[in-house]
Design a protein around this ligand. Structure first.
Ligand SMILES: Cc1ncc(COP(=O)(O)O)c(C=O)c1O
Ligand SMILES: [Zn+2]
Length: 402
């Protein structure tokens, strides 16, 4: 297995044991906890100038802080996305600056590409030839693309409610698609997860599932590395993130701590989890001051990517919010869709409904007085608006100007 110099192995977030990444491939062999890639930060010598001299061309330009070297990565040049200044939004929110980190510009249109680039690289390094996952849609599409690039087979389990684009593109990438549909009721992510679990009893597939592989949050952490570098190392005051399983939020918080550990920055950005009021287990736990969530019973939101009623890593998400002095906010779908239309109309940016939860969440936080007048607020647009153009257009209804 080829790894980077400072990579030590994978450490269990529950029992603290450090394992060899060659043999510990997924959850903790001792206690089934989540495994987290660990590094010897003292041995990493990287400066702001070193990074400035590298091309801004993919997330693998941060290879010292990733487990695998860039040259052996399964990559489609994911990452290196634009950070777009949004003066209209800043004015509306009464803050110094608002920027949208536009992850819609990734190869398959979402930030999921970063996680799958790292996870599929790990699958190859572990000698697997067939990956599998259950997903709300975008991660499945990304996984099938990276599997195609690596020459692996992919098995993707999606709930019926996933979008047409995601389902279609899994098959276009030659992935094997299973759509789960329980009788009487909407199929949600949990059904896809159960179907995957059933298959894994008999199939020798390599899971690239959220927080089952240690590498998805590791890939997604590069979003924070980029944002901070794009702001000329000025740490933003707030990062508002549309939160489902929390993979990106946990990864970005880790990255900020790593930059602090390396002496490249002094502070951490406040991490904010934005959810829909129709599925807000993290916000509920945050408001109640709890360390972990209670599963949400009735999911009622159009935002499929964050329709995650039982996020297994809630304690890590809530830790990140607390440690970074951030918070959590839920807004109703109506406000989320309004925000998607507002940002498309005033800033020209295309956000899928799931992602617009971060915009309406930021508006709500601003209203509550959470931000200062000079604050820099980052909104994560985790995925491209055109994946769900039908939902956005139908929210517009007939109220268009001709
Ligand atoms: C567009 C989009 N945004 C956000 C999320 C939630 O991601 P996370 O699991 O990192 O919270 C998803 C997950 O499916 C997604 O597709
Ligand atoms: Zn453990």
């Amino acid at each position: 297995m080829e790894t980077t110099e400072a990579f030590l192995g994978v450490e269990c977030v529950d029992c603290g044991t450090l394992f060899d990444a060659e043999t510990a491939t997924h959850r903790c062999p001792d206690c089934n906890g989540i495994l987290d890639p660990a590094y010897d930060y003292d041995s990493i010598e990287i400066t702001r100038e070193d990074l400035a001299n590298r091309r801004f061309d993919s997330m693998w330009r941060y290879e010292e802080l990733l487990p695998f070297p860039a040259e052996s990565a399964i990559t489609l040049d994911e990452g290196a996305t634009a950070l777009v200044e949004c003066p209209d939004l800043a004015e509306q929110m009464g803050v110094g600056n608002v920027y949208v980190k536009d992850e819609g510009r990734n190869p398959t249109g979402t930030f999921k590409d970063r996680g799958q680039s790292a996870a599929v690289t790990a699958a190859v390094e572990h000698g697997s030839d067939e990956i599998a996952l259950a997903s709300a849609g975008n991660a499945g599409q990304a996984a099938s693309a990276y599997a195609a690039k690596a020459g692996l087979d992919s098995n993707v389990f999606l709930p019926e409610r996933s979008g047409f684009v995601q389902k279609a593109m899994v098959e276009v990438h030659n992935g094997k698609l299973t759509v789960t549909a329980p009788i009487g009721g909407d199929s949600q992510i949990g059904d896809a997860g159960s179907a995957l679990e059933d298959s894994l009893r008999t199939e020798d597939w390599y899971p690239v599932q959220t927080f089952v592989t240690p590498y998805r949050h590791e890939g997604k952490k590069t979003m924070a590395l980029e944002v901070i570098e794009q702001l000329d190392w000025d740490v933003p005051d707030a990062v508002v993130y549309p939160t489902g399983g929390g993979v990106g939020l946990v990864g970005m918080h880790k990255a900020a701590k790593e930059l602090r550990e390396l002496g490249l920055v002094d502070e951490l950005p406040g991490m904010y989890a934005a959810q829909s009021s129709g599925c807000a287990p993290i916000v509920e736990a945050w408001d109640a001051g709890e360390d972990t969530h209670v599963p949400w019973t009735t999911v009622d939101t159009i935002c499929g990517g964050i329709a995650i009623p039982d996020p297994g890593a809630s304690s890590l998400i809530l830790d990140a919010l607390r440690e970074s002095n951030g918070g959590a906010v839920a807004t109703p779908d109506e406000a989320i869709l309004d925000a998607a239309l507002e940002i498309a109309a005033c800033e020209g940016l295309e956000l899928a409904p799931t992602c617009a939860a971060a915009v309406s969440g930021a508006f709500e936080l601003a209203e509550r007085g959470e931000f200062g007048p000079d604050d820099t607020v980052i909104i994560l647009n985790t995925g491209a608006g055109n994946k769900d153009a039908d939902v956005l257009r139908s929210h517009l209804g007939d109220e268009t100007e001709h």
